[in-house]
Design a protein around this ligand. Sequence first.
Ligand code: FES
Ligand code: FES
Length: 489
Amino acid sequence: MKPDTLRFNLNGTWIEETNLPPTTTLLRYLRDVRGLVGTKEGCAEGDCGACSVAIVERGQDGRPEYRAVNSCLVLLPMVQGKHVVTVEALKGDDYHPAQHAMAKALGSQCGYCTPGIVMTLFEATYRDDLKEPWQLDDQLAGNLCRCTGYRPIRDAAKAVAGTCPGDRFAAALPGSAPGSIAFHHETSATLFATPTTFDELWALLDEHPDARFVVGGTDLSLEITKKFQVPPKLVSLEGLRELRTLREGPTLSLGSAVTLSELEAFTRARLPSVHRMVRYFAARQVKHRGTVGGNLCTASPIGDLAPVLLSLGATGVLRSRAGDRRVPLDQFFTGYRKTALQPKELLVAVELPAPSPTARAAAYKVSKRRELDISAVSAGFFVETDARNVVTTARLGYGGMAATPKRAPHAEQALTGQPWTEATLEVAVKALATDFTPMSDHRGSAAYRSLVAGNLLRGFFLETRATPQPTLAPRHVATVMTDEEVRHG
Ligand code: FES
Ligand code: FES
């Protein structure tokens, strides 16, 4: 029988719902149906963090873990079979350490942002990978506060992050792994289905060729919350395990439903240039739901992942009932917001050759604000030289410079076969004018974009002189550094 009942665990109790539109957001459900108004609505678009709740998901190692997510972007079938924790569950006989820490640090004034911040700190409390100061900023970057100032909030984060207390939430975690997330709700005009096998998926697509794919919903849910347009037919790919797989080897494979936070952890040591880009991609709550495939398949000219993956020579693995085909990423984007995907075909993974550690590789994002912004120009560069310092491979991927994310063939040609020197570089910078005719918009003029595109290449040359694959410097956001951090840099 097809599972058309929504069933999930809310604050320790399993509940079932049969009469709700599956495009109801978790936030609206919590507040309007359950009266759990501790979870707030600020922006309804994943920017403010006031709606943060925790969901238990399996990590890449198979262990269940708490993840803070924006409930305004989560549609109810996305928590099918899962455990959801809201701020109301935190107070038992005593307040949770995250609540104590916020109170002690004086981290709340009007308090509207506070429950969301507490839930972000709740996740941080049980993380065992919070080792460096920048990770605190990353943890908090998706939570806005207009009253208190971030210093006391960061002090609270510092007090609880990674403390992993052996409390009731830690004790509940091993038994809270997601169960089956299969779901199927269909009316004469609408569909929301989460198949768990490819056979089910092909059958669904035969019947509903006009259905749209969704996984995390960080982009699609905005149509519901901001444009008040409900997509009539949605097929979630979250139940297809293969799509959540990360593989190592001479060829790295990134499953299309791998979340950006999983990608961030995976690439830290393996693909520093990708890791650099994922760091400034979005808030942690968004990175817990946004996916590799979602970012690529929206085919935005300013999508953050595409330029760096183009530079690494990535290939998309596209699957339909007829089988798999491989399309180099530089042929995947066929026009503004268009891809090479055919009807009833999906991106299952992105493959890329593991870069040699001596190759130069880095990624850059230029935006008006460092965290959580849309880029004016972004870039991913990859250059290999031989023993004589002659360029053997050059791949330059750019975003924000054309209707699609795009490589720079003329500039690449200007580099290839030439010595890797500043003189060669200046020839390549000039060639960028042949590769791109950027447009002007509110993020930057055409002239600005062209200048930035060249300067990024110059910066890459300088930055990779000492370290071929540089990581981001662990800078903090100056306003929230502690006195101790200011003293020690
Ligand atoms: S309400 Fe602002 S992130 Fe959800
Ligand atoms: S305490 Fe008022 S918005 Fe944060």
